[in-house]
Design a protein around this ligand. Structure first.
Ligand code: CTP
Ligand code: MG
Length: 210
């Protein structure tokens, strides 16, 4: 039981920057759309007005900042146990970095290993996962427009999981996460996304309940 609690804590620390980054454009987005208002061959918008340049980059920035500050908080708790059964407040994914392709490359090329600093690693991992998340979000909109689903309408599974999958892919070269994490992340992300959207709907932040 204690180990399950620890694993859930470790996975949440890893994924929280992506969650916050992905949610950020709903509040911070707007302005010129990424597709420049252009249309695809099928006469529909390439991505639509829901995908803006500002939303994309502010999301990445939010992911980076949250990743960095989570690492700062965790560094200040270094080695502290919390709760009963006890959970070790730690940045577990830091250990995975040592077996990453980026770490191998840095060692092989004898480059300065800036990512060895957990605060830098936190920012980079948060930024990279959110960059992937926003790319997945864009791919999702592209697929939605091609399927004739208009901007803001729900495409179940794609809306909730597209950003997670590409987010996980983008961060993998730096943090080679264990595949088993997906068994937790896929259902939790799906449910959290739906809960967050319902909250957004009832508080008037967004128009569609899902
Ligand atoms: N948003 C943004 N820029 C992005 C992504 C999102 O500005 N790159 C903002 C838009 O205001 C968007 C809102 O966040 O309406 C919610 O995002 P999302 O649900 O992904 O977009 P939808 O409006 O539902 O559009 P789509 O159907 O294309 O997913
Ligand atoms: Mg939407």
């Amino acid at each position: 039981m204690a180990e399950l609690g620890q694993s859930i804590f470790d996975i949440l620390v890893f994924v929280l920057p992506l969650y916050f980054g992905n949610a950020a454009p709903t509040i911070l987005g707007g302005g010129p759309p990424i597709d420049g208002g252009r249309y695809w061959k099928d006469g529909k918008r390439i991505l639509g007005d829901g995908k803006t340049i500002r939303g994309f980059w502010l999301a990445v920035l939010v992911g980076m900042v949250i990743g960095f500050f989570l690492a700062v908080i965790i560094a200040s708790f270094d080695g502290v146990l919390f709760g009963n059964p006890p959970i070790d407040i730690r940045l577990e994914y830091q250990e995975f970095y040592q077996s990453s392709i980026v770490y191998s490359l840095i060692s092989f090329l004898n480059l300065p290993d800036v990512l060895a600093d957990p605060l830098v690693l936190g920012g980079v991992a948060g930024g990279l996962s959110t960059l992937g998340g926003m790319t997945g979000d864009m791919v999702g909109s592209f697929i939605k427009r091609r399927s004739g689903i208009s901007r803001g309408k729900t495409f179940i599974f794609l809306d909730q999981l597209g950003f997670l999958i590409l987010g996980m892919v983008f961060v993998y070269p730096v943090i080679p996460w264990p595949p088993l994490w997906l068994a937790f992340l896929v259902p939790i992300t799906f449910l959290t996304h739906i809960a967050a959207n319902l909250f957004g709907y009832f508080t008037g932040i967004q128009d569609d309940p899902l």
